[in-house]
Design a protein around this ligand. Structure first.
Ligand SMILES: [Zn+2]
Length: 315
C-alpha cells in the first residue's frame, strides 16, 4: 500500500475517546467514527486504532490511506512517547507499533501541533504566514505552523510554552504551584482550566469550574469577574512573551477555556503593555482568534500531517 495515495486518515488519540476521520483528496470527509479509549491498556489502544482504520477503509472501499495520529505528549529521538497524560503510552514505541499493525508509515504529532496545522490549513489561521496555536484546557499546550507547515523543532519541543515560567510575575502571582513536569510556576499552572478554578478558590471564591466562573461573571458576580481579570492579565503576559519571540500573525486558541468570548476582546488590549515597545505606543497587527474547527481540529490536523508534505503548494 502506498501511504498518502489520495486519502488521508486522521486519528485523535485522547484520554477518553479515540476519533477517526477519513478525508478524500479534496479534504472532504468520507468517514468519521468515535469510540471510547481503553483505559490504561496500551495493547488494547493499538488494537482499537487498527480496528477503526480497517472499518473506515472497508466501509468506504478505500485502501492505503496515509495515517496521521494526534497523540498526547511527544516522541523522543528514540521513537518513544513521553509527557503523555495518558500515562500507559509513555515509554512505548507507539508509531513503530502502529506501522507494524497498519502496514504503512505513520506520522505522529501532539494535540496542540494538530490544532496549529488544522487551523493554519483551512481554519482561523488560513493564509497566515506564522500561526501559534494554544490549547487552554485541562493542560496548556502550544504549536507552530509556518507557511502552512508544522514546525516540530530539533527536539520535537517547539511550542511547549505551557512549561515556561509565567512572565512578568507580580506579587499576586504567588504562591507559584508545582507543575507535574517538575518545575514550579509554569504557564500551565496559571492558565489551564483547573488553574483558573484553583486561583479563584485561593482568592476566597467558592469551589467552581472554569466554565462556572465564566457563567457567574457574565451574571454579574464580582469575585468571578476579578478571577477572570487576573486570568486575562496572565494570558496577555504569557502571549506577549510569545509575540516578542516569533511575532506570529495569528494566535489561535482552542480547548475548553478558549470558549470565553471576552478573551478575544480583552487580552489583545492587555498584551500591548508588555510587548517590546520602547516609548511609543503601538497597535499590534497580531490577531487573537478562536479555533474555527473547535474540538475537530485534533483529528483534522492529524489527517493533514501527510498532505502538507505531499502538496507544499496547499494552503
Ligand atoms: Zn510545567
Amino acid at each position: 500500500m502506498t501511504p498518502g495515495a489520495s486519502h488521508a486518515v486522521g486519528i485523535d488519540l485522547g484520554g477518553t475517546k479515540i476519533e477517526l476521520l477519513l478525508l478524500d483528496e479534496s479534504g472532504k470527509s468520507l468517514w468519521r467514527e468515535r469510540v471510547t479509549t481503553p483505559q490504561g491498556d496500551y495493547r488494547a489502544t493499538l488494537a482499537t486504532i487498527a480496528a477503526l482504520v480497517a472499518r473506515a477503509e472497508a466501509e468506504t472501499r478505500t485502501t492505503g490511506a496515509s495515517i496521521g495520529v494526534g497523540t498526547p505528549g511527544s516522541e523522543t529521538a528514540e521513537g518513544l512517547i513521553r509527557n503523555a497524560n495518558s500515562t500507559c503510552l509513555n515509554g512505548q514505541p507507539l508509531r513503530r507499533d502502529l506501522e507494524l499493525l497498519l502496514g504503512r508509515p505513520v506520522r505522529l504529532a501532539n494535540d496542540a501541533n494538530c490544532l496549529a496545522l488544522s487551523e493554519a490549513t483551512d481554519g482561523a489561521g488560513a493564509g497566515a504566514a506564522v500561526v501559534f496555536a494554544v490549547i487552554l484546557g485541562t493542560g496548556v499546550g502550544g504549536g507552530w505552523a509556518m507557511n502552512g507547515q508544522l514546525l516540530a523543532g530539533a527536539n520535537g519541543l517547539a511550542g511547549e510554552w505551557g512549561h515556561n515560567p509565567l512572565p512578568w510575575a507580580a506579587a499576586q502571582d504567588a504562591p507559584a504551584a508545582a507543575c507535574y513536569c517538575g518545575q514550579t510556576g509554569c504557564v500551565e499552572t496559571w492558565l489551564s482550566g483547573p488553574a483558573l478554578a484553583r486561583d479563584h478558590a485561593a482568592h476566597g471564591g467558592e469551589s467552581l469550574s472554569a466554565q462556572q466562573i465564566a457563567q457567574h461573571a457574565t451574571a454579574g458576580d464580582a469575585q468571578c469577574e476579578a478571577s477572570l481579570e487576573r486570568y486575562e492579565a496572565r494570558l496577555a503576559r504569557a502571549l506577549a512573551a510569545v509575540i516578542n519571540l516569533l511575532d506570529p500573525d495569528v494566535i489561535v486558541l482552542g480547548g475548553g477555556v478558549s470558549k470565553m468570548d471576552r478573551l478575544y476582546r480583552n487580552v489583545p488590549r492587555l498584551w500591548e503593555r508588555h510587548v517590546f515597545s520602547a516609548g511609543a505606543r503601538q497597535s499590534l497587527r497580531t490577531r487573537l482568534v478562536p479555533s474555527l474547527h473547535g474540538d475537530a481540529s485534533g483529528v483534522r490536523g492529524a489527517a493533514w500531517l501527510w498532505r502538507e508534505r505531499l502538496d507544499p503548494a496547499h494552503r
